[in-house]
Design a protein around this ligand. Structure first.
Ligand SMILES: C[S@@+](CC[C@H](N)C(=O)[O-])C[C@H]1O[C@@H](n2cnc3c(N)ncnc32)[C@H](O)[C@@H]1O
Length: 379
């Protein structure tokens, strides 16, 4: 089979992380990265595609454009491009190569997503998309509302449109390990991206000191499985006992994690004993009004700086980046990378910080992590 063109939907701002994962896992050639979208080519129907962790969904590529006009004229173009540009017969056979046909009549559905102020409705765009596709759909196929074996997708985002056939389903972005959910929980794909930003090694001691439902810890465990070698157990904790229990339920089957209820501003851990902190502290709007976000972040960074080994790194996701920057600079950390993204409809920044090692220091000191007896640990 000749090369297959695909596109992945990605959380905005994390395209370069997803592109790197696609390259490494699939040996793919990245052809384009735009807001929320990564297009790539692979040599054949590689089942590893379903193991991607930083992508929300993956599709076979039919056609794409950056030149929608927002006017009704787009509708005619959508129909024409769908009828002429997309080699749908080939795409359908590629889909069957990834996902063998099930018994009985194949079922299909059309899905259109539209973002932006266009001079036409989403339903009109879908109608034209369906008209363009009509001649490619075998007559014995049955259209259904849900659970179709083949989904034809049209995604419109401002001036950009892309059309194709969906390969993945919701388990790609939701994960099956998450059995307990919490309101401010991260999307697993974002947590997976944070883990990849952290430049991890098997000997690293990793912690999420404000772990909520444990999504970052879960994604760390899944990532670290790929090393196929012994690794340090990860650490996590939260000020809320219910969160610790949820994190425990979610990560139980993924490997050894020490979980504790604690206040991250007073961590019962040795100084300089941790190599990587990966954390998503509460956003301003998630904490009570009397708690000043600047004060919270300053308190956290003083503590994170104490436990982090010289040369260690922290990946932090916040919405109030100015407050975080002030707190990190206050403890002498240096910024290495920054990714602007959007979390729960809010602008947010994932940043990678590094604690400088004093001159002449070659490696982080070895350290055990004693946990004080008054904390309830779950393993
Ligand atoms: C944005 S949520 C983290 C979400 C988590 N990454 C997840 O995917 O579920 C922030 C967490 O910080 C916890 N938290 C707030 N203040 C804390 C503190 N002083 N010490 C430890 N945890 C704290 C909250 O209980 C909440 O679970």
């Amino acid at each position: 089979m000749s090369s297959i063109s695909c596109y992945a939907m990605v959380v905005s701002g994390l395209e370069s992380i997803a592109a790197r994962e696609i390259e490494l896992l699939l040996g793919a050639k990245i052809t384009r990265k735009t807001d929320g979208l990564v297009t790539f080519k692979i040599d054949g129907p590689d089942p590893d595609l379903f193991d991607l962790k930083t992508t929300e969904d993956v599709f076979l590529f039919a056609w794409g454009t950056d030149s929608l006009t927002y006017r009704a004229k787009d509708l005619e173009d959508i129909r024409k491009w769908t009828a002429k540009e997309g080699d749908w017969t080939r795409l359908i056979s590629q889909h069957h190569a990834f996902k063998p046909k099930t018994k009985g009549k194949p079922t299909y559905r059309f899905i259109t997503q539209m973002d932006g102020e266009h001079g036409y409705h989403r339903k009109d765009a879908q109608k034209e998309f369906a008209k363009g596709l009509a001649k490619f759909i075998p007559p014995n196929w049955r259209m259904v509302e849900d659970n179709a074996s083949v989904e034809f997708w049209l995604t419109i985002e401002e001036k950009t449109a892309v059309a194709g056939i969906r390969l993945t389903d919701k388990t790609m972005r939701h994960r099956t390990y998450k059995v307990a959910h919490r309101p401010a929980s991260l999307r697993p794909t974002v947590a997976a991206a944070m883990v990849r930003i952290a430049e991890l090694k098997p000997q690293h001691k990793v912690i999420d000191p404000m772990c909520g439902a444990g999504t970052i810890l879960g994604e760390y465990q899944i990532f670290a499985e790929g090393w196929r070698m012994p690794r340090e157990a990860a650490w996590g904790g939260d000020i809320e006992q219910a969160a610790v229990l949820d994190a425990s339920a979610n990560t139980r089957r993924l490997g050894k994690i020490y979980l504790h209820r604690w206040d991250a501003r007073w961590l019962p851990l040795d100084s300089c004993s941790i190599d990587r902190i990966i954390c998503n502290p509460p956003f301003g709007k998630q904490i009570s009004s009397e708690v000043d976000i600047n004060k919270l972040y300053r308190g956290l960074m003083i503590q994170f700086n104490r436990i982090l080994s010289p040369g260690g790194k922290a990946v932090l996701l916040v919405s109030d980046y100015a407050a975080l920057k002030g707190a990190c600079e206050n403890v002498g950390w240096e910024l290495e990378k920054k990714f602007r993204t959007e979390i729960l409809g809010q602008n947010a920044v994932i940043s990678l910080w590094h604690k400088p090692a004093p001159e002449g220091t070659l490696s982080a000191p070895e350290g055990v992590l004693p946990v004080s007896n008054d904390l309830q640990g779950t393993e």
